[in-house]
Ligand binder design. Structure first.
Ligand code: ATP
Ligand code: MG
Length: 234
């Protein structure tokens, strides 16, 4: 459904990704793992035109979307939650969610999506009128994801959804991601937490120095190279 072909991209003329190929099938979870600075965030930014794309193509349902501006990507059905809990802290939960839907053409649809999203995240419904800064870290991450869902995506890109969360909260975020996927939404998840990510993913790509070092299913955790990167060779 989403296909990344031979993407070379970077910043200020400096190439960071050196030819990446990646495919996402409908309702598939794809995990991207790899060390700091490998280019994981840059890969998501390349899809969403937030860095320079030097060559290669982004295809979505056979249509070329390379270098489309953000709002057009969202209209096509791709949403993106950048690294670092991007929410508006001095807006209320409800206002944050409505901001997510700015792209939608009519008020009725926004209302309906708001109702659906609040049903999926009952704790947000309870805090609908609270300022976002009063939420815990995990709740803010959920709010960022919920806001992206307001856009009715077919593919959702998540950059480090579990970063800085306590283990229990992290678990809740992963469970929510699986729930979202069960409703038929495909996901690309960039994660530091390799074990958890591989566990919920159908396919995992390991990125190293701007290249795909390894691709596979859940068996990938047993690979020697993964053990070297993440578990000190044990
Ligand atoms: N806005 C930017 N301008 C210039 N260079 C950048 C920019 N953002 C990232 N880079 C560089 O691109 C490389 C890859 O960064 P990227 O953020 O994609 O890595 P990452 O795998 O997401 O790492 P992390 O695990 O730390 O989030 C790094 O060398 C980084 O310094
Ligand atoms: Mg990153």
């Amino acid at each position: 459904m989403l296909e990344i072909k031979e993407i070379k991209s970077g910043y200020n003329g400096v190439e960071i990704l050196h030819g990446i190929d990646l495919k996402v099938k409908p309702a598939e979870i794809v995990a991207i793992i790899g060390p700091n600075g490998a280019g994981k965030s840059t890969l998501l930014k390349s899809i969403f035109s937030q860095c320079e794309v030097y060559s290669g193509k982004i295809l979505f349902k056979d249509k070329e979307l390379t270098r489309l501006p953000t709002h057009e990507m969202i209209s096509e059905g791709i949403s993106y939650v950048p690294q670092g809990r991007p929410i508006f802290s001095d807006l209320t939960v409800k206002e944050n969610l409505e901001m997510g839907a700015f792209i939608l053409p009519d008020k009725e649809l926004i209302k309906r999506n708001l109702k659906d999203v609040l049903e999926k995240f009952p704790f947000l419904k309870k805090k609908e009128n609270d300022y976002a800064f009063t939420l815990s870290g995990g709740q803010q991450q959920m709010l960022a994801i919920a806001r992206a869902l307001m856009q009715n995506p077919e593919v959702l890109l998540l950059d480090e959804p579990s970063l800085g969360l306590a283990p229990k909260t992290m678990q809740e975020v992963f469970e929510k991601i699986v729930e979202i996927n069960k409703e038929g939404i495909a996901l690309i998840i960039v994660e530091q937490n390799a074990k958890q990510a591989v566990k919920i993913a159908h396919t995992t790509y390991v990125l190293e120095d701007g290249k795909i070092a390894l691709k596979g299913g859940k068996e990938i955790l047993k690979d020697k190279r993964i053990k070297n990167i993440y578990f000190g060779g044990r």
